[in-house]
Design a protein around this ligand. Structure first.
Ligand code: ADP
Ligand code: MG
Length: 700
């Protein structure tokens, strides 16, 4: 510890640390680390228990596991010999090193990692951990991971005073070893920050600086498992700071929005009567509640920002339609934005059916329209003749002028709205906004991603829904699936078959059946049956035509690769077979399953898979989309949960949206209280620093 008083603020740039010049600062910056705070919030990925580093002389007494044939051990020593060779036959590079730890020598080998020859130097003192095995020259360690602890004489002996050695990931040219040193220096110099967490969050937790010390310089009786899984009170302190900053940002943004004047959509008993005439059936209780919430927003004088979520088949479209009708039947315009042209056409057809004689007020707008057709559509939109507008993102192009756009409904694509909102704002428009999610979203994730939106949840399915029989079949049992398809076809129904989209660069694809192979199989098994095959590589007209033939009932089997392409409503389809079900997320499978069981006949959902049966079994056990979503989130994490399309999931350094979900909910509540009370100076300053790095949701 230096004798001078610690004076470094957490917000200081990393260049204040010894040895961090412009080049390292750039490298840190590329990894999102700008300030001392960022460095300190990047926690070690592993804690090596000094007590568990083994002397080389004892290694040959370690059991070689009978099945695995090896055991992972940690050794520490100096590299005494280092050579790289290339085998003649397969041109494989082999790097061999000999470690000496004072008790003996251990051979280490790495295959085809020639860059290591540039990293590792003779005389380096390294901490290596890897599997032990018996090679030609006796005991050796193959492909160990290692940390360079010192080069020549600069070995950081002081770190070894403690029992646990923190290890950090290498960031470009910044080695884990350098990070160790910088972290220690920063901790010695940094000033304790002012408390900015409200009491209800900080109670029982160590203060910030103590927490950082506990995690970067763990005390000897720490539990390394707890440190590595990040469940200690010290972690909770750092996670709370991140989550609270995030929640506060979202809450303030929402409060700002509440002050914005929104268009008031007039309502009247006549309007209500009119809307009723559009309804083909009685609304479910959940639909009625959701619609009431929407009406309250639309008439409040504020701008609506609402998320409508519910299980697949819960009837979100009908609620959205009613909201649109409320606007469109009172002289306004309402637009429904959908991700694909197929879906746009389908929604337009549904709306036409519901609107009956009012159908001429509906207008479809697609990117792929012929010039004349498009011009006519644009004219109808600009003149206000078109009140119900359904389209893809073509809706937001420059050339589209609205006469009185009051409501935008976004279907299926969560963050889809951000850019479009900006495009609209640029045109001086500030309509009400309703976002529909395709699958149920667990509450913590909804808070994180849609925290600035009000929420309506459809937690009830329309009556008379037949349960869907779900089965998980081994690939060897596939014939049972085809027999089920045959039975349904004979009864006059239609079938979906889903193949996973296969990336040609995917090395495991040899074991996967691609869509061509599946098509061959289906044509062989069902020679008389018209089959439509759709996948992402088709031109959009071709895709449309093939989808149409299935929707019309001409094609009896639809073989498709992705969820988007099967996002259609064909009540006559009563069976779906998903090949290689293990390639899909649980929520995605649940969403697929929702494509059948839309009519009155009993439906079947059959998954073919030879692996991950335990995970997939969740679908057999429950049809509750919210439970499936929670499970999916726990298994795959927030980024994957939404697939790769676009997630908008905020990036935290310590907090984890799955592990810390209760904490997020708590932070959200605390943020709402804090926003009401007004922020302290420390809170305002801290929040400003945090906003950029947390990528706050940008929907408002
Ligand atoms: P989601 O988009 O939520 O998955 P949809 O809006 O596509 O669900 O509705 C699923 C099916 O249920 C549609 O065929 C729709 O016509 C029907 N439906 C919607 N609301 C009701 C209701 N209140 N009663 C009966 N059927 C309904
Ligand atoms: Mg839908």
């Amino acid at each position: 510890m230096p004798s001078a008083l610690p004076t470094l603020p957490l917000s200081a740039k990393l260049t204040v640390l010894r040895g961090v010049g412009p080049a390292f600062a750039t490298a840190f910056g590329e990894n999102g680390l700008e300030a001392v705070r960022d460095l300190l919030w990047s926690l070690p990925y592993r804690y090596v228990d000094r007590g568990s580093v083994l002397p080389i002389s004892e290694l040959d007494r370690r059991p070689i596991h009978p099945d695995l044939g090896r055991e992972i051990v940690t050794v520490l020593g100096v590299i005494k010999d280092l050579r790289q060779t290339t085998t003649r036959v397969q041109r494989m590079t082999i790097l061999e090193a000999l470690m000496d730890d004072g008790t003996g020598h251990l051979r280490m080998v790495w295959f085809n990692q020639s860059y290591l020859a540039r990293v590792l130097k003779l005389g380096d003192r390294i901490l290596a951990f890897g599997p032990l095995s018996l090679g030609r020259h006796g005991l050796e360690m193959r492909g160990p991971a290692f940390e360079i602890m010192g080069r020549g004489t600069d070995a950081p002996e002081d770190l070894w005073v403690r029992r646990f050695l923190p290890l950090y990931r290498k960031l470009g040219p910044i080695t884990g070893h350098l990070r160790q040193r910088l972290v220690q220096e920063a901790l010695a110099k940094v000033q304790a920050p002012e408390e900015w967490l409200p009491m209800e969050l900080s109670r029982g937790l160590p203060d910030t600086l103590t927490a950082l010390r506990l995690l970067h310089q763990p005390v000897d009786d720490s539990d390394p498992r707890e440190l590595e899984t990040r469940v200690t009170p010290a972690h909770q302190r750092l996670a709370s700071e991140e989550l609270f900053a995030f929640a506060l940002g979202v809450t303030l943004r929402r409060a700002g929005r509440m002050q914005r004047r929104g268009m008031v959509v007039p309502t009247s008993p006549e309007l209500r009567e009119r809307l009723k005439t559009f309804l083909p059936f009685r609304l479910t209780g959940a639909q009625r509640t959701a619609f009431k919430e929407i009406v309250a927003d639309l008439t409040s004088g504020r701008v609506m920002h609402r998320l409508l979520q519910g299980d697949v088949g819960s009837g979100k479209t009908l609620v959205a339609f009613l909201a649109m009708a409320m606007v469109a039947e009172t002289e306004g315009q309402a637009a429904l934005l959908v991700p694909t042209e197929v879906l746009a056409r389908q929604h337009a057809a549904t709306f036409e059916r519901l609107l009956r004689q009012a159908a001429p007020r509906m207008q479809l707008l697609l990117g792929a329209m012929k010039a004349a057709e498009k011009r006519a559509a644009l004219e109808r939109i600009a003149s206000g003749e078109a009140r119900y507008i359904v389209g893809t993102h073509a809706l937001f192009q420059e050339s589209v002028g609205f006469s009185k756009l009051e409501l935008v409904v976004v279907d299926e694509q969560h963050r889809f709205g951000v850019k479009q909102r900006e495009a609209l704002k640029a045109k001086g428009l500030d309509p009400h906004w309703l976002v529909m999610s395709a699958t149920p979203i667990p509450r913590s994730l909804a808070l994180a991603i849609f925290g600035d939106l009000e929420q309506s949840v459809l937690d009830e399915l329309p009556p008379g829904r037949q349960p869907i029989t779900t089965r998980l079949l081994e690939p060897d049992d596939a014939e049972r699936a085809w027999a089920a398809v045959e039975r349904e076809l004979e009864a006059g129904h239609q079938a979906f078959v889903v193949s996973p989209a296969i990336d040609p660069t995917d090395e495991t694809k040899v074991q996967l059946r691609d869509i061509q192979a599946m098509e061959g199989l289906l044509r062989g098994r069902f020679p008389e049956i018209p089959i439509a095959v759709v996948h992402g590589r088709l031109k959009s007209e071709e895709l449309e035509a093939r989808m149409e033939s299935f929707v019309k009932g001409e094609a009896k089997i639809l073989l498709a690769t992705t969820v988007i392409e099967v996002g259609v409503d064909v009540p006559n389809a009563t069976v779906m077979v998903v090949d290689h079900a293990e390639r899909f997320g649980l929520s995605q499978l649940h969403q697929l399953r929702g494509r059948v069981g839309r009519g009155s006949a009993r439906s079947h959902f059959l998954m073919l898979s030879g692996s991950e049966t335990e995970r997939l079994h969740a679908l057999v056990e429950t049809q509750d989309g919210f439970r499936i979503a929670q499970r999916d989130l726990e298994l795959r994490g927030p980024g994957e949960f939404f697939g790769t399309r676009q997630s908008g999931v905020p990036q935290f350094q310590v907090a984890d949206l799955v592990r810390d979900r209760q904490l997020l909910i708590k932070c959200r509540e605390a943020a709402e209280k804090a926003a009401e009370r007004g922020l302290s100076e420390a809170q305002t300053a801290w929040l400003k620093q945090q906003q950029a790095r947390l990528k706050l949701a940008e929907i408002s």
